[in-house]
Design a protein around this ligand. Structure first.
Ligand code: SF4
Length: 263
């Protein structure tokens, strides 16, 4: 039996659902991974938007966002835990330009001068019987009528129509935590896609969150069972394209072993 209550964020829950072996590498063994260009840019953009909302409303302009991007990157660009693996100095400006494009798109979707964030990069958590749910919500707004809006910024591509509900996995996770921890079912959850750009919204309700809570409890039991039996299935899928563990993954190692010797 697992000794401590299993801690799960939306991303680690997604890892287990996609591939238990990947979850083991990341969440249990904590094997360091190279920082992808897209992930590093996503983190930088999140930091810029967090700082932008700390400015007085009238200063939340595209120019200010651009200044923040340059200033924040200057602070961390030499940090190997933040800089994308393999990014050479000659490519840096082009890489930053892609970040600037995302910020330009952001201002096509929202006018931050008209918004008031009650919380930014907000740490939330809640314990279910078998599982401890936790993570960081990008932004919370509390409306005049008391309604809560949770916003998650996305720097990847918008999902196809049949993947939209799956794309809301993280925000349904946070809506459940808000409901259980604070007694508030958010009025709206919003995915703000900066690359397309587009906003997807969903209105959570009690039945949706009860069903999601059952899913999380079942997931907690499945992970606990995998820990107890040390049974971690590799599940090859398109997800493998973004996985950095091909050299350790049993599915990939056995596939390579089975490949005919070209010589
Ligand atoms: S390479 Fe694919 S199957 Fe292997 S751990 Fe990664 S996601 Fe799972």
């Amino acid at each position: 039996m697992a000794e401590t209550l299993l801690k799960l964020s939306p991303s680690s829950a997604t890892d287990f659902k996609s591939c238990p072996q990947l979850f083991k590498f990341r969440a249990l063994e904590r094997i360091p991974e190279p920082i992808s260009s897209a992930a590093a840019r996503g983190s930088l953009i999140h930091a810029v938007l967090e700082r932008l909302f700390q400015e007085d409303p009238q200063r939340r302009t595209p120019d200010r966002a651009g200044q923040l991007l340059s200033a924040l990157w200057a602070e961390v660009r030499k940090d190997p835990e933040i800089r994308p693996s393999g990014l050479i100095d000659d490519e840096e400006e082009a890489w930053l330009d892609q970040g600037r494009s995302l910020l330009t798109n952001y201002f096509r979707l929202e006018d931050p001068r008209q918004l008031e964030a009650s919380q930014l990069e907000w740490w939330v958590e809640y314990e279910l019987p078998d599982i401890h749910l936790r993570g960081i919500i990008d932004r919370l707004e509390v409306l005049d009528d008391g309604g809560w809006i949770l916003t998650d910024y996305k720097t990847g591509r918008i999902p196809g129509e049949n993947r939209e509900l799956a794309a809301f996995f993280g925000l349904r996770f946070y809506a459940l935590v808000c409901w259980r921890a604070f007694g508030v079912i958010p009025k709206e959850i919003r995915l703000v896609y900066l690359s397309d750009p587009a906003v997807l919204t969903l209105n959570p309700h009690e039945r949706m969150l009860l069903s999601f809570e059952k899913q999380m409890q079942a997931l907690g039991k499945a992970i606990t069972r995998a820990i107890d039996t040390d049974d971690w299935r590799s599940r090859p899928s398109p997800y493998c394209m973004h996985c950095s563990f091909h050299d350790r993954c049993p599915a990939w190692i056995s596939a390579n072993d089975a490949a005919p010797d070209p010589n």
